[in-house]
Write a protein that binds this ligand. Structure first.
Ligand SMILES: NC(=O)c1ccc[n+]([C@@H]2O[C@H](COP(=O)([O-])OP(=O)(O)OC[C@H]3O[C@@H](n4cnc5c(N)ncnc54)[C@H](O)[C@@H]3O)[C@@H](O)[C@H]2O)c1
Ligand SMILES: C[N+](C)(C)CC=O
Ligand SMILES: [K+]
Length: 487
């Protein structure tokens, strides 16, 4: 299986190589085969990418928002036409089943390009402020060169979620994909140019934790948008603060999903399974602490076990496969370690807990796993696992569950399943998180803001709100009369 791109980087409208950079291999997680061999950006490549973005941004920002939007909308159309090809590439790079990538990955990227292309002409307006005889106006201006840094779980979606609002607002971008999944962003760069994007407005450089700082610390970079873990977020935010750069931080979570005893139980279980097993559990907003009210606990667990054991695990390229491997060997080790900790700390293993049979031994598979009797202090209830591991915790009443749900450093998301309308709104109102769901979980359409509070980050992606994070206000005071000076 090969998916070797023409070169490692995409700068100023073309593929660029510098073999002096350390080797990065993209591995197909289902078999361990090497798909592509790339090079991390050297200092020279990082300089070239930022310089190209800086040059191109001036011309791009001078175009009308409608003209910029047209390019993004064309790129969205091309992504949809090539959905199959892009989805297959995403499946190879991440190991996520084609049944998911075909509906969720390039499609979500295209939605973002279409949405921001569409609102560019109206959402960037300033305001007019009457001041008696005088008046003022505001303009929303781009920041300049923005850097996007991606995680490996949704490589194409993350790339578009950052590029689309940044470009719509008149910025240029240098995007660094995760070293684990370097391939999709290069295709998106190609498509943007094909759609008419001026050369240099969107550039891709490869690299890892050594490369990121070359971009983050570059004096010509105005903003960094990171999707990644909390420890990386702290490092990047600290580096950006040194030069007072703007940042958006989309970080990790350990989100609560609360099931009250009046809920539609099958629907709640469906939500909990999607919110724990989709993308083999590698989703930042997953509801990995499932709080179940005691009266329905055993009923929920037996149904959850039955449904979990029917999940079809296998070759991600097979349309029938519902769950693929984890993204890397290292991620599998990490998840298996957490499973062992769960057993050792006394959680009750309901199902899963190991490596499945009947799949390639070279792939990075883990069984979908459910733990019950999980208590708040256990490691598996406190730390982000980022794998298919559900922790079920019991609770008695509403006040108790709200307090326990909030007792975490994270604040990305949360969900409530109940048929009691007042309770649903009352509970989500008290949960400390950026995105909350009532009677569903993990839906993130482009129209609604997405992002975290507390240690899960700040700034929002998607919706018109994202444009605020890629622009700043310029205020102009206009005097209508001569200046009256007392001296
Ligand atoms: N909130 C969200 O939208 C969201 C979405 C997806 C993933 N995530 C989070 O991402 C994490 C998993 O992804 P990961 O393992 O790729 O995260 P990670 O933090 O290891 O890496 C993220 C990116 O940062 C880069 N990086 C690492 N150190 C850096 C540094 N010092 N300077 C600049 N760049 C640096 C990496 O090369 C990678 O591209 C999880 O915690 C998950 O919750 C969050
Ligand atoms: C943003 N989301 C939830 C789709 C993917 C996060 O990992
Ligand atoms: K890979």
């Amino acid at each position: 299986m090969r998916a070797q791109p023409a070169a490692s980087h995409f700068i100023d409208g073309e593929y660029v190589e510098d073999a002096a950079g350390t080797v990065i291999e993209s591995v197909y997680p289902a078999t361990g085969e090497v798909l592509a061999r790339l090079h991390a950006a050297t200092q020279a490549i990082a300089e070239r990418a930022v310089a190209s973005a800086r040059r191109a941004q001036v011309e791009w920002a001078a175009m009308s928002p409608t003209a910029r939007g047209r390019v993004l909308r064309r790129a969205a159309d091309i992504m949809r036409e090539r959905n199959r090809e892009l989805s297959e590439l995403e499946t190879l790079d991440t190991g996520k089943p084609i049944q998911e990538t075909i509906v969720a990955d390039p499609t979500s990227g295209a939605d973002s390009l279409e949405f921001f292309g569409g609102i560019a002409a109206t959402a960037l307006n300033g305001s007019h402020i009457p001041l008696g005889g005088d008046w003022a106006y505001t303009k929303r201006v781009p920041l300049g060169v923005c850097v996007g840094i991606g995680a490996w779980n949704y490589p194409q979606q993350i790339c578009c979620w950052k590029a689309a609002p940044a470009l719509a607002a008149g910025n240029a971008m240098v995007f660094k994909p995760s070293e684990t999944t370097p391939l999709g962003a290069l295709k998106i760069a190609e498509i943007l140019v094909e759609a008419g994007l001026p050369r240099g407005v969107f550039n891709v450089v490869q690299g890892d934790r050594e490369t990121g700082p070359l971009l983050v610390n570059h004096p010509d970079v105005a903003k960094i948008s990171l999707t990644g873990s909390v420890p990386t977020g702290r490092k990047v935010a600290a580096a950006a603060a040194g030069q007072l750069k703007h940042v958006t931080m989309e970080l990790g979570g350990k989100s609560p999903l609360i099931v009250f005893d009046d809920a539609d139980i099958d629907s709640a279980i469906g939500g909990a399974m999607l919110g724990n097993f989709y993308s083999t559990g590698q989703v930042c907003s997953n509801g990995t602490r499932v709080f179940v009210q005691k009266r329905i606990k055993e009923q929920v667990l037996s149904r959850l076990k039955e449904r979990t054991e029917k999940i079809v695990i296998g070759d991600p390229m097979d349309e029938a496969t519902q769950m693929g491997p984890l993204v890397s060997r290292a991620q599998r080790e990490k998840v298996l370690d957490y499973i062992e900790k769960g057993k050792a700390e006394g959680a009750r293993l309901v199902t899963g807990g190991g490596i499945p049979n009947d799949v390639s031994r070279e792939g990075f598979y883990v069984q979908p796993t459910v733990f019950a009797n999980v208590t708040d202090g256990m490691t598996i209830a406190r730390e982000e696992i980022f794998g298919p591991v559900t922790c079920v915790l019991d609770f008695d009443d509403e006040a108790e569950v709200i307090e326990r749900a909030n007792a975490t450093e994270f604040g990305l998301s949360g969900g409530v399943f109940t048929r009691d309308l007042s309770r649903a709104h009352r509970v989500v109102d008290q949960l400390h998180a950026g995105t909350l769901w009532i009677n569903t979980y993990n839906l993130c359409p482009v129209e609604i803001p997405f992002g975290g509070s507390k240690q899960s980050g700040f700034g929002r992606e998607n919706s018109a709100a994202a444009l605020e994070h890629y622009t700043e206000l310029k205020t102009v005071y206009v005097a209508m009369d001569p200046v009256e000076a007392p001296y």
